[in-house]
Design a protein around this ligand. Structure first.
Ligand code: GLC
Length: 462
């Protein structure tokens, strides 16, 4: 009896141990449950900041990708393509063709950079996490990477650990911090000549350095499309990240680990301007944690060429967030700082509006999940649904005085509109719950853009 108890105990501990050990293959890596904080957070801020923030220019027309100002160097080197021609025309006129992209480093000074002020802006916006480009495709590191000697923000340019300083400031405000990291580097000679040595001696050491130095909550790779994940040794890195690293219990990663991995592997899937590999996927509920990313305008890196009409309005952005959350996603909204370290005021204004709305209505966003009983979402949809525990939230994105009819729920214990003091009339008819919108006036309207009804207890036993 005693002996068999010992054996049972040993077997159980081996099982328990092996469940928490991840092997360097996708099946094992994908079996890790995503730390809950990510899906609860819903809203994060992306930052694209690098040497491209110096010319800070891109066309405002063309395909989605052609507008990206952070692709400046790559476009310069491809003058024969339609987008390349536009960037070269701009560059040659403004700087002259003897100015090389690398020369921009002397104008990347970040002299107005105040990471505490940035962190406050992000917190006030209602964001729960921040993701900074530690290194974009240009290869310039925003932290003192010894693998990017004389091509990092401490050796040259700002002479400051931009990534470390932001990480500290963001955490002080109680937000989570993450890093974007480009696997490939367009013009790194080692990458171009010998990708295996590049991965072994440059890329993987940089990734581990970032993780051990700053202990990020999110690791957000990109620039993966040239090679399969095997070449990048992604599962090997992930096994280290999930088993060994100092962030193993709370880190989350995206799906950009190799040419075959998007929407297939990773803690959460990504869409970009509603696309995955050029395919529009907006409109679907994705049955895996996911995150949409986009700029407030058409670019990630700051684009001086954009005018007000190129920027989305606050109402658009709030509706966009609601749409993603109702479909089970997060929104990682991008901000493009200037080379001197400012967040353009118009971008601050959009964030402030989102924060004002979330302060009143955040209960229907944060910590919610998809309501499986929701009617489908299409272009004209103005009623969105989220759920949390036994409560259902009905979010109206277009003010309408007609009654709202909800099917497939039990009669709620109470219905209220977030931020509104008065009673909300509702009744049950033919098994449906019918809500009568209150008569809002400019004096009692809780917030502009969208209105959230909380139906307490409507999902009990569902
Ligand atoms: C991309 C782009 C890029 C941007 C990004 C954000 O694939 O290459 O410039 O950083 O993804 O999702």
């Amino acid at each position: 009896m005693g002996q068999s108890m010992v054996i049972i105990f040993m077997v159980l501990s081996v099982v328990a141990y092996s469940q928490n050990r991840y092997e360097p293959n996708w099946e094992s890596i994908d079996s890790r449950p995503i730390p809950e904080w990510f899906e609860d957070s819903k809203f994060g801020i992306f930052l694209h900041w690098g040497l491209y923030s110096v010319p800070a220019w891109g066309p405002t027309d063309g395909s989605i990708y052609e507008k990206y100002a952070e692709w400046y160097w790559n476009r310069l080197m491809q003058p024969e393509t339609p987008a390349g021609r536009k960037f070269n025309d701009f560059h040659n006129t403004v700087y002259g063709d003897n100015v090389k992209y690398q020369d921009f480093v002397k104008d990347f000074k970040a002299e107005m950079y105040d990471p505490h002020q940035w962190a406050e802006i992000f917190k006030d916006a209602g964001a729960k996490y921040v993701v900074l480009t530690s290194k974009h495709h240009e290869g310039f590191a925003l932290w003192p990477s010894r693998h990017a000697w004389n091509w990092n923000a401490v050796d040259v340019g700002p002479h400051r650990d931009l990534a470390g300083d932001l990480s500290e400031a963001v955490r002080k405000k109680g937000l989570r911090m993450g890093f974007y990291f480009s696997l490939y580097e367009w013009f790194n000679p080692l990458y171009r000549e010998d990708v295996d040595r590049y991965v072994d001696q440059h890329m993987l050491p940089q990734m581990k350095d970032l993780v051990t130095r700053y202990e990020p909550d999110i690791f957000w790779p990109d620039g993966e499309w040239d090679y399969p994940s095997e070449t990048w040794r992604s599962t090997e890195f992930l096994a280290w990240l999930y088993n060994e690293s100092p962030v193993k219990d709370h880190v989350v990663v995206n799906d950009r680990w190799g040419s075959e991995t998007r929407s297939n592997h990773g803690d959460f899937y990504t869409t970009e301007y509603d696309l995955v590999h050029d395919q529009v996927i907006a409109g679907d509920v994705i049955h895996h944690p996911w995150e949409e990313t986009r700029g407030i305008g058409g670019s990630f890196g700051y684009n001086r060429n954009e005018n007000l009409d190129d920027y989305e309005s606050s109402g658009f952005l709030i509706h966009y967030l609601i749409d993603k959350v109702a479909r089970g996603g997060n929104l990682l909204l991008n901000v493009g700082p200037t080379a001197d370290g400012r967040i353009p005021v118009i971008q601050q204004q959009r964030l402030r509006d989102m924060g004002d709305w979330l302060r009143i209505n955040g209960d229907g966003i944060y910590g919610t999940r998809v309501w499986e009983g929701a009617p489908g979402i299409d272009d004209g949809t103005t009623l969105f649904y989220t759920s949390k525990g036994n409560d259902l939230y009905v979010i109206s994105t277009g003010w309408d005085e007609s009654n709202i009819v909800v099917n497939g729920i039990r009669p709620p214990e109470k219905v209220r509109m977030l931020g509104y003091g008065g009673d909300i009339e509702y009744w049950v008819s033919d098994g449906s719950v019918v809500i009568s919108p209150p008569a809002l006036t400019p004096g009692n309207n809780p917030s502009p853009y969208a209105w959230v009804y909380k139906l307490s207890g409507a999902l009990l036993n569902h």
